[in-house]
Design a protein around this ligand. Sequence first.
Ligand SMILES: NC(=O)c1ccc[n+]([C@@H]2O[C@H](COP(=O)([O-])OP(=O)(O)OC[C@H]3O[C@@H](n4cnc5c(N)ncnc54)[C@H](O)[C@@H]3O)[C@@H](O)[C@H]2O)c1
Length: 278
Amino acid sequence: MHEVLVVIGAGGMGEAIVRRSGAGQQILLADVDEAALDRVGSALAGDGFAVTTQQVDVSSRESVAALAAAAAELGSVRSFVHTAGVSPQQAPTAAVLKVDLLGVAVSLEEFGKVVAPGGAGVVIASMAGSMTAGSLPAEMEAALASTPTDELLSLPFLHEGALSNSGAAYGIAKRANQVRVQAASADWGARGARVNSISPGVISTPMGQHELASENGVSMRAMIQSSGTGRIGTSADVAGAAAFLLGPDATFITGTDLLVDGGVVAAVRSGRIQKPTT
Ligand SMILES: NC(=O)c1ccc[n+]([C@@H]2O[C@H](COP(=O)([O-])OP(=O)(O)OC[C@H]3O[C@@H](n4cnc5c(N)ncnc54)[C@H](O)[C@@H]3O)[C@@H](O)[C@H]2O)c1
């Protein structure tokens, strides 16, 4: 039986994760953008990866359930990585909540039903979630963690009028990813599988470059400069962390978040730089 690696999101991080972890596995790559999916899927196949592609919209349960069923048909779902997302510069509040918050909750649930014993999942959250942690009241965090998925977007504090802008929505969505993964680790554990999140800092993918080119670019560059590493991240930095969490050295690690931000959050928490305003 084939070992299957599912990667949702064929963007910068998704492709790097396939290249780092996909050799020798049956890869199922999915994205909402069919043109991107064809382009990245063909490039990977040309480079020798065994890849099939399927369009998915992570904000639709039906679409994600169909992807999970297709993955199970291909073989034993050993690894699952959710990288799909939209940035607050690219998308309005409603889309950020549907894709970044609801989409992750749906895929944790649907892939939690098909992941193989001994398997592992990784969700890409963001350092924006780590920066939001601590500023949300405990009841809000608890609601984000435990509200049934189909009721999540009805939470009063997620109503459009309750959020100042799409940046605020993104911070809450990414914090929700972290706490949702924590909560889901019990269900994944009951199947003998693990699940963790990675919270990247500024990574030089199309999304990261788009953010740097936006009005937030100046403060983002200042954050990077004052961080412990002083550099922007690469998608290979994230792919390395994902390989660790998916692999044999992480079998005692589940329900946690790995910050891969070059030290930006540490610099904010220690007061070396100011938290950006969203
Ligand atoms: N690049 C950064 O600086 C950065 C920093 C922190 C967190 N992140 C997060 O990392 C993840 C990956 O980002 P990336 O840099 O690879 O971005 P990217 O834009 O290169 O890739 C994201 C992919 O998600 C896909 N997508 C969007 N909506 C979707 C939907 N509804 N269903 C399925 N696919 C959908 C897009 O088509 C795109 O191919 C995102 O969740 C992002 O929020 C990125």
